[in-house]
Design a protein around this ligand. Structure first.
Ligand SMILES: Cc1ncc(COP(=O)(O)O)c(C=O)c1O
Length: 456
């Protein structure tokens, strides 16, 4: 009987390797284990945020400190961090200009519901870096997307958002749909969702302009919400002409084009939009935009801003459904100005790009030397190895390429060899602080782990 293989590796070997590595992880962390046993109980399911259980190790790592591209755990292990808070710290942990800005603001008030001079500076910097938009602040990219959708629905008077099957835009309810047998349905795992989300959303496959046009032709789509590259599944790159086609279709059918650059800000200065000359109506970015201080921004083109102002003048007064109390606080502005002016620089992006190219080349070489049916993709500073052949065209391909058991084994194997990568897929980020030595260690560690997995 032939044995089951996942991504070219025997399933039984993956399970045995993962079990061995879990023991190694646990044996190396007596202090962490004791601290969790003594103190985790007050948290629901033992962690302050439920997805902290989604890492592959048998119990969470407790972080003692992090700086640049290094993270240190409670047991004193110094680990090369390629997860970087899943992009929140893409420019490194506590970049010096951001840490200084936080210190300076710390004694001058943390939230006022009023702007500061730094807010004015931040607005100008946002337009300089991302293009001449009319900006608003939020605290999370989830919220920024929610508010962008409100504007799109308000100005078009239409109910639906078009998203791509397999997308993720934060915990925006309206985008939590997928395709099942060609039909848009609510995602099955949603907690406490009582709405039929297909009333407010339509899902189509990424890279399929004919499907986009068919959905838009129904006349009820207010907005297309997409990442320039699908990064939250196994990474899917846009086919040549896809973004031009999307822009044309959005214009032709009167839908607002929202580009969510929260992850593709890895592409280079100004994000994928600027690097590739895209033309969104609304631009959204969060996570690392203020160097790790919870901040997101969303900007409207001047044209759309005028349309929104006209709508706003006609609506009854009262709650708009947009905004949260702690958003646009002075700490965010201080961190935003520091990041935009001193961290998100062409020189830092050049370092990130060079490091990511090195990582991509090193991993690709190892994959082909070992004749694995895998591929490696890169979007600027973001690199991902995918345990299936590529390229992937859409969310369906991406879901099929996902190999959770193999990925979990690789992740814990890498962690035990001093390298942390993102938990949900095989994503790695290069910060300006990441050294060549760290990159080479990751290449060597991933080759060592795959060599062990291939042992019979
Ligand atoms: C593309 C994209 N948009 C939005 C979000 C939501 O960000 P947050 O969780 O900070 O709200 C994410 C999170 O992973 C994301 O990847």
């Amino acid at each position: 009987m032939s044995e089951t293989r996942i991504g070219g590796i025997a399933a039984a070997r993956i399970a045995a390797f993962a079990a061995e590595e879990a023991k190694v992880y646990a044996a190396a962390r007596p202090r962490t284990r004791a601290a969790l046993e003594a103190g985790a109980e007050p948290w629901l399911a033992g962690v302050p945020m439920h997805w902290m259980r989604d890492w592959p190790q048998p119990f969470p790592m407790l972080v003692a400190a992090a700086k640049g591209a290094l993270i240190e755990d409670l047991d004193g292990h110094r680990i090369d961090d390629f997860c970087l808070g899943d992009t929140g710290s893409m420019f490194g942990h506590s970049p010096a200009p951001v840490a200084r800005a936080i210190r300076a603001q710390a004694g001058a008030g943390l939230t006022y519901m009023l702007p500061t001079e730094a807010a004015l500076q931040a607005g100008q910097l946002l337009s300089d870096v991302f293009g001449p938009m009319r900006w608003q602040m939020a605290t999370t990219a989830t919220d920024a997307n929610r508010f962008a959708l409100r504007v799109a629905r308000a100005v078009t008077g239409r109910p639906k958002v078009l998203v791509f099957d397999g997308c993720y835009h934060g915990t925006v309810d309206d985008a939590m749909v997928c395709l099942e047998g060609g039909k848009t349905v609510s995602r099955p795992g949603l907690v406490g969702q009582v709405e039929d989300l297909s009333r407010v959303a339509v899902a189509v496959p990424f890279n399929d302009l004919a499907a986009v046009e068919q959905a838009l032709a129904a006349g009820d789509v207010a907005a297309i919400l997409t990442e320039p590259v699908m990064t939250n599944s196994c990474m899917v790159l846009p086919a040549p002409g896809f973004h031009d086609g999307l822009r044309d279709l959005a214009t032709r059918y009167g839908a607002v084009l929202i580009l969510d650059e929260t992850h593709t800000i890895s592409s280079g200065l100004g994000g994928y939009t600027r690097v590739h000359g895209l033309k969104p109506d609304i631009f959204v970015v969060g996570k690392c935009v203020a160097g790790g201080v919870p901040t997101a921004v969303w900007g409207l083109t001047p044209d759309l801003a005028d349309r929104f102002a006209a709508y706003d003048a006609t609506r009854p007064s009262g709650h708009s459904g947009m905004g949260t109390t702690l958003s646009a606080n002075p700490l965010q502005f201080a961190a935003l100005v520091a990041t935009l002016s001193q961290v998100m620089t062409p020189a830092n992006y050049a370092r990130m790009e060079a490091g990511a190219a090195r990582l991509c080349a090193g991993l690709s070489k190892a994959v082909s030397r070992r004749k694995l049916p895998w591929h490696v993709v890169r979007v600027g500073a973001r690199v991902e190895f995918i345990c299936a052949p590529g390229p992937l065209r859409n969310g369906f391909d991406a879901a099929r390429a996902h190999a959770p058991a193999l990925e979990a084994a690789l992740h814990i194997g890498l962690l035990n060899r001093g390298c942390l990568i993102a938990p949900f897929h095989n994503m790695m980020l290069i910060s300006p602080a990441t050294t060549r030595a760290q990159i080479d260690r990751l290449i060597a560690a991933s080759d060592a782990v795959t060599a062990q997995l291939l042992e019979t």
